[in-house]
Write a protein that binds this ligand. Structure first.
Ligand SMILES: Nc1nc2c(ncn2[C@@H]2O[C@H](COP(=O)(O)OP(=O)(O)OP(=O)(O)O)[C@@H](O)[C@H]2O)c(=O)[nH]1
Ligand SMILES: [Mg+2]
Length: 218
């Protein structure tokens, strides 16, 4: 099993974000690598979705993962156990990743070796939405137990994302979550967003998400 590289963030490096994000985007474009920023609340299924995607695509797509957490190596260990290279960023309290710290993680990867790099952002629906990290796609995950009203409380996150994954559909039907109502509200706010309904538990819907991703990172 590969060892996990750990990057601990000191507060002063969170600066000069937009220039750095543009440099990342240009560099990765040149190298044909797609960076995908996964954002969601704690426990909504970010790591589970990444692991299901790895399982489905790893024969055809060369994948690495940058894991952002306040502390711990827990998610990196899961990714590494799935046979994929992981870089762990521990922010020590900061509630989002920025481009400067993502660049530091990318410096630890041989980019020529990869087609797709996931960034699992810090779990919350607020700050990660405000930071460009040089990604090609912003993907948010909302899970059924969180409720369909989250779009009313955190509209920025829903409006900046290219993809919404509704996870844990194995909990449906649920009186706090009406997928049709959510879809209608999301499309009103962000008409171009792609929406997938999945369950990482049953694997329902995972193939449709993976097929979209595979087609869009070419
Ligand atoms: N029932 C059900 N449980 C799920 C599903 N996806 C994930 N889980 C469970 O939800 C819990 C959290 O999943 P994670 O993938 O760790 O969530 P996360 O968003 O990465 O969590 P943090 O990194 O801690 O923010 C775990 O116990 C998963 O097994 C799903 O589709 N259905
Ligand atoms: Mg996780």
């Amino acid at each position: 099993m590969e060892t996990i590289r750990l990057i601990e963030v000191k507060k002063e490096i969170f600066s000069d974000n937009n220039n750095c994000a543009q440099n990342i985007r240009a560099d990765l474009k040149k190298k044909n690598v797609s960076l995908v920023n996964i954002m969601a609340s704690p426990g909504s299924g970010k790591t589970s979705t990444i692991l299901q995607t790895i399982d489905k695509l790893k024969q055809e797509v060369k994948i690495a993962v940058i894991e952002g957490d306040i502390e711990s190596l827990v998610d990196s260990e899961k990714v590494t156990a799935a046979g994929v290279k992981a870089i762990q960023i521990n922010t020590g309290g900061s509630c989002h990743l920025d481009a400067v710290v993502v660049q530091r993680a990318l410096n630890n990867l041989n980019l020529e070796e990869y087609d797709l790099i996931f960034v699992e952002n810090i779990g919350n629906l607020v700050c990660p939405a405000e930071f460009d990290i040089g990604e090609r796609f912003k993907v948010m995950i909302l899970s059924v137990p969180e409720g369909d009203d989250k779009i009313l409380k955190y509209p920025l996150m829903f409006s900046v994302c290219d993809v919404l994954i509704i996870n844990k559909i194995d909990y449906l039907p649920d009186e706090g979550f009406d997928p049709a109502k959510l879809r209608e509200r999301v499309l009103k706010l962000n008409p171009n967003i792609q929406i997938f309904e999945i369950s990482c538990r049953t694997r329902a819907g995972v193939d449709a998400w993976c097929n979209w991703l595979k087609d869009h990172i070419k």
